[in-house]
Design a protein around this ligand. Structure first.
Ligand code: SAH
Ligand code: SF4
Ligand code: F3S
Length: 474
């Protein structure tokens, strides 16, 4: 078997898809497939798709149109190309996609990609139109070979580790419970083992992933159920691990241990992505979010008590069915009260099969657009002023790679801001003190201390500095 076949994976959607794409590459590597930067010369092209908002499926179909041309061109040169669709659109469309786009050789859902080698073998033996969208009983993570250390190093000093998948919350707007299935937590030991391996290969920062990562309740080797907080305390002990993050959290699952971990663990970065979606309790109820604004304010208050410098982030949906101008004003008020360091906001997008798609009072497109513009202007202003509070400060920056300009590196601050600084190549993969000398809305520029100072895990002692000007006292 040839060992230099090429695999190209195009990834859409959330970080779990990024993680899954890496695992797909790992699972196909023993078959002789190596990752390629482009689809042009690939023997396998996989689209790892996202179904969260409208037109997702349409985008995939138009991409498949392009791939059909590519496949035909390669065929003229006597080369075959396997086209696969993975991820949440594959799960949602299933058979229909195979009928509508015969160029697709295989469809594989997010819980079944460990079966890819089997599917590829079948295709190499002449079969076509294969479908794997069941939620299999076996654990996909158990059936994927661990990434080799050179592959880990090539991916850089930051890594994702999926610890929890699926969702049982059924917000009325969301497709995730249908595309990813019900909640599932990986066993404690498996996560610790994966983290150890990544850190032994040189990874410094681990982000734990889950659709509801803080609903984590994995078992340890003696059958005890661990919360995310407890898992974080254990992971902080892993040799070589310097930074921990987790995403995405649900406000209902922010328990005391998790909040305490933010005060206790210097490795746990002062950044929390905690989506609320709307500032109106009436809308939260219609969304079936199962939490009120009061619960959210309370979590934020407790979090700021243990980690006053925490950078907060959220997701917002504007124009959910029935959202009045008062409801939207409540969202704007909540944003003013919380004062975010960063946030994502979207127009409500009707998803077939979800309860909200059938609700009365769908909001007009132009109203959604106006509200989104207004909200984004406020969030942008908050992001800018958060960045300004960093001006002149010394932040520990984990350098992750080459910057755009010659001699420049890019890294990330504890608050997840991208930071550019002139620095020598060998600083990649290390944490350095950087003095912030300029700030933009989306990134910071800094000056390196110069010498390779030891890493200051106490995040530069920021814990006790109430540095956020104008932050609302909650
Ligand atoms: N599990 C996470 C979010 C998963 S989806 C949570 O509960 O917070 C990521 C984000 O996409 C959501 O937070 C929401 O803001 C947005 N989103 C999901 N469905 C959407 C829809 N139908 N229309 C618009 N935005 C949506
Ligand atoms: Fe979707 Fe809600 Fe589950 Fe988040 S909690 S994945 S928004 S259903
Ligand atoms: Fe998209 Fe699926 Fe993630 S729908 S956001 S890729 S879980």
């Amino acid at each position: 078997m040839s060992n230099n076949k090429k695999l190209y994976i195009k990834t859409y959607g959330c970080q779990m898809n990024v993680y899954d794409s890496e695992r797909m590459a790992d699972v196909l590597s023993p078959l002789g497939y190596n990752l390629s930067e482009s689809g042009e010369d690939a023997d396998i092209v996989i689209l790892n798709t996202c179904h969260i908002r409208e037109k997702a499926a349409e985008k995939v179909y138009s991409e498949l149109g392009r791939l059909k041309k590519l496949k035909n061109k390669r065929l003229e040169q006597g080369k075959s190309t396997i086209i696969g669709v993975a991820g949440c659109v594959a799960q949602a469309e299933g058979e229909e996609m195979l009928n509508r786009a015969p160029v697709v050789d295989l469809l594989v859902g997010p819980q079944a990609y460990h079966r890819l080698p089997n599917l590829i073998n079948k295709i190499e033996a002449g079969q076509r139109g294969l479908l794997e969208v069941d939620f299999p009983a076996e654990d996909k993570f158990e059936n994927i070979p661990a990434a080799e250390s050179d592959r880990i190093i090539a991916r850089g000093p930051t890594a994702f580790v999926t610890v929890q998948e699926g969702c049982d919350k059924f917000c009325t707007f969301c497709v995730v419970p249908y595309t990813r299935g019900s909640e599932f937590s990986r066993p404690v030991e498996k996560i610790i083992e994966e983290t150890r391996r990544l850190c032994a290969a040189g990874v410094k920062e681990i982000t734990l992933l889950g659709q509801n990562v803080n609903a984590y309740h994995g078992e340890n080797s003696v059958g005890e159920s661990w919360s995310l907080g407890r898992l974080l305390y254990a992971l902080a002990e892993v040799p070589g691990l310097e930074r921990l993050r987790y995403t995405t959290s649900h406000p209902l699952d922010m328990d005391d241990t998790l909040i305490a971990a933010h005060g206790d663990l210097p490795q746990l970065m002062p950044y929390l992505h905690l989506p609320i979606q709307s500032g109106s309790d009436r809308i939260l109820k219609a969304m079936n979010r199962k939490h009120t604004t009061e619960i959210y304010y309370d979590v934020i208050e407790r979090m700021r008590k243990v980690r006053p410098d925490i950078a907060l982030s959220s997701d917002f949906i504007v124009g959910f069915p029935g959202e009045s101008s008062e409801d939207f004003a409540a969202t704007m008020q909540l944003v003013c009260d919380i004062d975010y360091a960063q946030a994502f906001s979207f127009k409500y997008s009707s998803r077939p099969g979800t309860p909200a798609a059938d609700m009365d009072d769908q909001v007009a497109e132009n109203v959604k657009s106006e509200r989104l513009t207004e909200l984004q202007a406020l969030l942008r202003q908050q992001q800018q002023s958060f960045n300004k509070t960093c001006l002149g400060r010394k932040l520990p920056v984990l350098f992750t790679g080459q910057g755009r300009k010659l001699g420049q590196l890019i890294g990330r601050s504890p608050y997840l801001q991208p930071v550019h600084a002139d620095a020598p190549q060998e600083f990649i993969g290390t944490i350095q003190d950087v003095e912030v000398i300029a700030v933009g809305v989306n990134s910071l520029s800094g000056q390196c201390e110069g010498d390779r100072t030891e890493i200051e895990l106490a995040s530069g002692g920021q814990v006790n500095q109430p540095f956020r000007e104008g932050a609302t006292a909650l």
